[in-house]
Structure formats: C-alpha cells, structure tokens
Design a protein around this ligand. Structure first.
Ligand SMILES: [Zn+2]
Length: 254
C-alpha cells in the first residue's frame, strides 16, 4: 500500500468533516506535503458541492454522485490495519447523509417534472378549447341551414335611387326613381344627360308620387349624343336650362 492509498481512504470522511483525532492530524500533515491527495480532496469537496447544488440547479454530472458513493463504499471495507477501525463506525451515518442529499435532489426533480406536466396539460386543454371554437365557427359559416339576417338602424329610411336606360343613336331615355323625398314647395326634380363634352342637357322633370316613385319617359333629346353620366337636381317649378347644384343623384354611364 502506497502512502496515497493509505490516506485516500480517509479523504472522503475528511471531506465530510467526520475524521477526528490522530487520523485527522496525520491526514492534514500528509495533505501539507502531497499535492495529489490535496487534488483528490478538492475533487471530493467539489462532488459534494454538486450534489448539494442538484437540489436547486441543473443536473450535475452523474459521476459526482457515483464517485462519492464509491469513496464511501471504499471506506466502508473492512481493513487490514487493526489500529484504524474506529472511523468506519461512521460509514452508516455517511451513507445516510448521502442518501438524504440524493433523496432531496430526486424529490425536487420529481416535483419540478410534475409542475412541467401540469403546465403542459393546461396548455393542451386550452388549445383543445380554441380548436373546438374554431371548428364551430367554420361549421356555422359553411352550414346551409344557418339563418342569415342583416341588421341596420331601425329608423333609417330607404335611400333615394335612380335608374336610367338610354339609347344614344335614337336619343331615347327611360328614367325611373324610387324612395325620393317629396320636392320642396314650388320646386321640381330635373334629370340631366351629361355628354362626353359640353354642358349638361335637360332630360325632363318629375315629382315623385306618395311612395317616392317617379318615371320620366322619352324626354326630348337630340339623337347621337354619347352620355358620360346622368344626374338629378332640384330646380324651380317648370325646369331650368342649366343644372343647379348640388346633384341629388348621379350615375356614370359606362
Ligand atoms: Zn498523498
């Protein structure tokens, strides 16, 4: 047995602070002169630190736990040198301490895993609910049975609306209006043909009936005028040769 092997057995106990008396003194003397035993002691202390860290931090190398346990097992072996038996009554205590450290580490690890699993399960059930909702919306949009209703402010009256049919080469026009409010007193509506160039041409006057409808049939218009647009204005009774703004209806001919 070399000197190192002899002291190596005590290093684990020393690292745990369990070596006492003459043996402690002898080891400390040896440590003062032997750098390789000092290195071994540092490694054992490092292993213990890592085991303690394991309870709160990232997983340490598996070898730390293994090496410490091996050091303890090595120390627990019956030994030939009869004078140095006292220390190994400590072996069960050391083993218990190590088991406790490892046990706490495993328990922490386990409860962290459980928290991770809980979080995942919550996430999964939230995703499932979102998917279910999306499926329902798509099914609604695709369903032929769905009742479709457009809603608008209840008080809104129907909008005024005009339609013109025009045959340029004959100068023939039919104009129909709906939802027109009554013309103001002494006023009338007037239809205009807006040519591609030049001034708008008067194309008949009208007053809507009680339901707001009106028709202008074949007003006198020259043949062969290309229309850019048709428009309606409010004019004095009897009509005007030129339109008075604003236009109450307008539509481009295209
Ligand atoms: Zn040594």
């Amino acid at each position: 047995m070399t000197a190192h092997e002899q002291y190596g057995e005590d290093l684990a106990l020393y690292a745990l602070g369990l070596l006492e008396g003459n043996e402690r003194g002898a080891l400390e003397q040896h440590l003062a002169t032997c750098s390789s035993c000092r290195r071994e002691l540092e490694q054992l202390r490092g292993d213990m630190g890592l085991l303690a860290l394991e309870a709160v931090g990232p997983a340490p190398p598996q070898r730390s736990r293994k090496r410490l346990l091996e050091a303890i097992a090595f120390g627990a072996r019956p030994r030939e040198v009869q004078t140095r038996t006292r220390w190994w009554t400590w072996a069960p205590v050391v083993a218990s301490i190590l088991l406790a450290v490892v046990g706490v580490a495993l328990w922490r690890e386990n409860s962290q895993q459980k928290r991770r699993i809980d979080a995942l399960q919550t996430e999964i059930s939230q995703s499932a609910a979102t998917l279910e909702h999306a499926k329902m919306v798509i099914a609604m949009l695709e369903s032929p049975d769905a009742v479709r209703v457009s809603l608008s402010p209840g008080q809104t009256s129907p909008q005024p609306h005009g339609k013109a049919m025009y045959l340029p080469h004959k100068g023939a026009l039919i104009f129909m209006a709906s939802n027109m409010p009554a013309a103001p007193p002494a006023k009338t509506y007037e239809v205009w043909l807006v040519p591609m160039s030049g001034a708008p041409l008067p194309a008949g006057t009208f007053k809507p009936d009680a339901r707001g409808s009106a028709t202008v049939m074949m007003p006198p218009l020259p043949a062969g005028i290309q229309a850019k647009a048709f428009a309606v204005t409010v004019e004095n009774e009897g009509g005007s040769p030129t339109p008075t703004m604003p236009m109450v209806l307008v539509g481009a001919a295209s």
